[in-house]
Design a protein around this ligand. Sequence first.
Ligand code: S3P
Length: 169
Amino acid sequence: MKIFLIGFMGCGKTTLGKKLASKTGFQFIDLDKLIEEAAGKTIPQYFAEHGETAFRELERDVLQSASYHENAIIATGGGAPCYFDNMEWMNKAGLTVYISLPAAALASRLEKAEEVRPVLKDHKGAALVQFIAGKLEEREPFYSKAKITASGMGLNADKLWTIINDQRR
Ligand code: S3P
């Protein structure tokens, strides 16, 4: 089974994905890392040098051409489901799981994060919450195409695994 974890930046895809992979023995893939390897530069560098349109094309190519093990957990970038036919492609290739969190919770996690996220453009405090709320609204129609939605509040790998096994058809 290929499990695609989707959701906004900061919702916990990478952390939960890694833990779930070590619990289940599934392969773990961080799509952002694969993109950085393919590009030979970091995502912030790529955005700065080539712009977001080129990044989205690379993201689609990497997502749709990577070789995944039969059993794999893939943490995708927050924008990946929202461009091209990526969401449809993931829904055909495996089980999509949306980890959902409200804008305020995402903002407080993202404000503490060390990782640079070019999409957030240095917004801070109330402006960050507002920015995230707007982006979430744009992205929800894509995220909501996931086969499973799990609330990210108090979520851990054990709970996520139970949710996945209870809800997959
Ligand atoms: C992005 C999310 C990032 C990364 C890039 C763009 C987005 O991934 O792919 O900076 O548009 O939401 P994470 O969700 O892993 O931070």
